[in-house]
Write a protein that binds this ligand. Structure first.
Ligand SMILES: Cc1cc2nc3c(=O)[nH]c(=O)nc-3n(C[C@H](O)[C@H](O)[C@H](O)COP(=O)(O)O)c2cc1C
Length: 200
């Protein structure tokens, strides 16, 4: 499958076959996530793989009873690590600077800004950190398509209760669930904006 086919074939799949996804395939998908771009190469994404039916059922309830979560063979809880974002950004900026990939002035500016983030409350950084995490999630979704799997983003869920479920502190913030499994449906085409409509 070439890149355009993969992009076109990726659809949100909400009905799955019962077949399990082998661990080596899941690790392959997480490897795609690992290689995503991120602000200052901070790599703030963290993932929890859920196969256990009880936990999937709870996540389904916390996502306002979206049934496809409980039915999917695998659910990935995708998170943003806030503290690691700040530390990772400092390290990443240092590396970019040492490798001569960014100008000295820009390096100083980013370092100054990032140092300032240490005193910002974790909740207030969620949207900034999520930018990088969402790219990694989409790497998984596209990779899943390339490997014959289906996926569906599930953002709409009770973030606080999900954190409580796993006992995570404020540094690990929920970004989205991603359900995964072998597709048992071919979704109907959806309206997608034309090039003309998206060009400003
Ligand atoms: C950020 C984001 C959040 C989403 N949240 C949900 C969700 O909570 N439940 C759901 O069933 N689908 C969710 N979706 C899937 C969208 O409904 C879907 O991507 C959209 O309708 C376009 O369809 P397609 O993915 O098949 O192209 C979400 C997608 C994105 C990117």
């Amino acid at each position: 499958m070439d890149f355009k086919q993969c992009i076109a074939q990726r659809r949100s799949i909400r009905k799955y076959k019962k077949d399990d996804i082998e661990d080596h395939i899941l690790y392959e998908l997480l490897d795609y996530a690992r290689l995503a771009p991120s602000a200052c190469n901070s790599q703030p994404w963290r993932f929890k793989i859920i196969k256990d039916p009880e936990t999937k059922q709870t996540l389904s309830q916390l996502a306002f009873n979206q049934k496809h979560i409980a039915d999917a063979p695998v659910v990935i809880v995708c998170c943003a690590h806030i503290k690691d974002y700040v530390n990772g950004s400092l390290l990443g900026t240092e590396e970019l600077h040492n490798l001569d990939m960014i100008d000295a002035d820009f390096y100083k500016l980013v370092k100054y800004r990032t140092n300032g983030l240490s005193s910002v409350r974790a909740e207030n950084l969620v949207s900034e950190v999520s930018f990088s995490v969402t790219i990694a999630i989409e790497h998984i979704a596209l990779g899943a398509t390339a490997l014959g799997l289906g996926s569906c983003w599930v953002k709409i869920a009770d973030a606080k209760k999900i954190r409580e479920l796993f006992g995570w502190d404020e540094n690990l913030q929920y970004v989205s669930l991603l359900t995964l499994g072998y597709p048992a449906e071919t979704p109907k085409p959806l309206r997608k904006l034309s090039l003309k409509e998206i060009l400003l």
